[in-house]
Write a protein that binds this ligand. Structure first.
Ligand SMILES: Cc1ncc(COP(=O)(O)O)c(C=O)c1O
Length: 395
């Protein structure tokens, strides 16, 4: 038997599988409600004006593509720390590396944590973004879940969450969604964050806040409040993704920041992070980080970005309101209030697998079997059709 002849076929990525089925469907009016990408009202991924201006500026002064330092573009790293932490912590207390999107940054975090705490477990929310489980398992961790989603209450079961964290052994890594929880859309309130932070600190757990949607719920400051709360009270790992917030998906722009006790500790942590990076992809790519650093480093472009971010957020909120009121009008008795209390790109609609399969087979609407719907896929051109179909399968 040769080396490769016994290789087993790995299961297909469920979301990519859904997209393939969607592409193969030739029915008119089909809608892909599965994919986690922001789209404008015309159904296209936007190129933000601030990014376009930054592109034009860079094109006017072409620079060679040398290697970046292992930890990334310095101006970018500084801009990330400023955006994420403001003046909550001194810059030199933060070890930061530019990462390959949020995913690549989580991978670097996982690899470093595994070296630091080989015996620890990782706790992720139930449910969570599917890749959390896979990423941390691949890094060698045993991954378990803490209670999060409360289907009956249409919200978060924070009591159960806090109880579970209170029973976790010291050193357990706890992955938290900083805002816009994926897949449910349900976030903690500030008071609930305070409870979670308290138990994390009391138990000596290691918080890792995954922030892929800063600015998609309320605004940059409010959405970043949980991260800053943790940063003010001790060590914390924070992963940032600019995929959605800058609409730079394919550029793979993200970062891992580790808040340390002092500058010396941060320098030591950074040296270890650099080893992880060096042995994984050597150093990060130049273009996306240069675009983000250009925008964040220029007052006018930054304010333009905040306006464009607000535009994406507002459009999602409008679609939530329209979906909810459409459903309530389509069939009295439908309870859809939760669609407008959730944050971010996704809605855990409450629909089950049977209904999601019906949506696909009878109406060419492709959402995940978990009932997760991607709200940015909705637009004035398809809303009525989606409302009509959802109302027909809604329990
Ligand atoms: C919670 C969460 N973390 C991380 C990511 C990864 O982001 P990126 O595409 O930048 O790797 C996503 C993307 O969907 C996400 O939802």
């Amino acid at each position: 038997m040769s080396l490769l002849s016994s290789v087993e076929r790995a299961p297909r990525d469920p979301i990519l599988g859904l997209t393939e089925a969607f592409k193969a469907d030739d029915r008119p009016g089909k809608v892909n409600l599965g994919v986690g990408v922001y789209m404008d009202a015309d159904g296209t991924v936007p190129l933000l004006e601030c990014v376009k201006t930054a592109q034009d500026r860079l094109a006017a002064n072409p620079a060679p593509y040398g290697y970046l330092p292992i930890d990334g573009l310095a101006a970018y790293d500084d801009a990330v720390v400023d955006l994420v932490f403001g003046d909550t912590v001194p810059r030199d207390h933060v070890a930061v590396v530019q990462g390959l999107g949020g995913t690549g940054s989580l991978k670097v975090a996982g690899d470093l944590l595994r070296r630091l705490q080989p015996e620890a477990k990782v706790l992720i929310s139930d449910p969570s973004w599917e890749n959390h489980q896979a990423l941390f398992s691949r890094a060698g961790f045993e991954v378990e879940r803490y209670p999060y989603y409360d289907a009956e209450a249409h919200g978060v079961d924070v009591d159960a969450m806090v109880t579970a964290l209170g029973e976790a052994p010291a050193g357990t890594v706890v992955v938290l969604h900083a805002c816009c929880h994926n897949p449910t859309g349900y976030d903690l309130t500030p008071d609930e964050w305070a409870r979670v932070e308290q138990v994390v600190r009391e138990r000596g757990l290691v918080p890792l806040l995954d922030m892929a949607y800063q600015g998609f719920a309320t605004d940059l400051a409010s959405d970043g409040a949980a991260v800053r709360r943790f940063a003010a009270s001790g060590p914390v790992f924070v992963t940032t993704s600019f995929s959605k917030t800058f609409s730079l998906y394919g550029e793979r722009v993200g970062a891992l920041s580790v808040v340390c006790a002092d500058a010396d500790e941060a320098a030591r942590v950074l040296s270890q992070l650099k080893i992880v990076v060096r042995t994984t992809y050597s150093n990060p790519p130049t273009n996306g980080a240069t675009l983000v650093a250009t925008v964040l480093g220029d007052a006018e472009l930054r304010s333009q970005w905040e306006g464009e971010l607000a535009g994406m957020r507002d459009r999602i909120k409008e679609m939530r309101v329209a979906l909810r009121s459409g459903l309530e009008q389509a069939r009295p008795g439908i309870v859809a209030e939760h669609i407008t209390t959730q944050n971010g790109m996704f809605s855990y609609s409450g629909l089950g697998k049977e209904q999601m399969v019906r949506l696909r087979e009878e109406f060419a609407l492709y959402g995940l079997d978990s009932g997760r719907l991607a709200i940015p896929a909705l637009n004035p051109g398809n809303l009525d059709r989606v409302v009509d179909a959802l109302a027909k399968v809604w329990p």
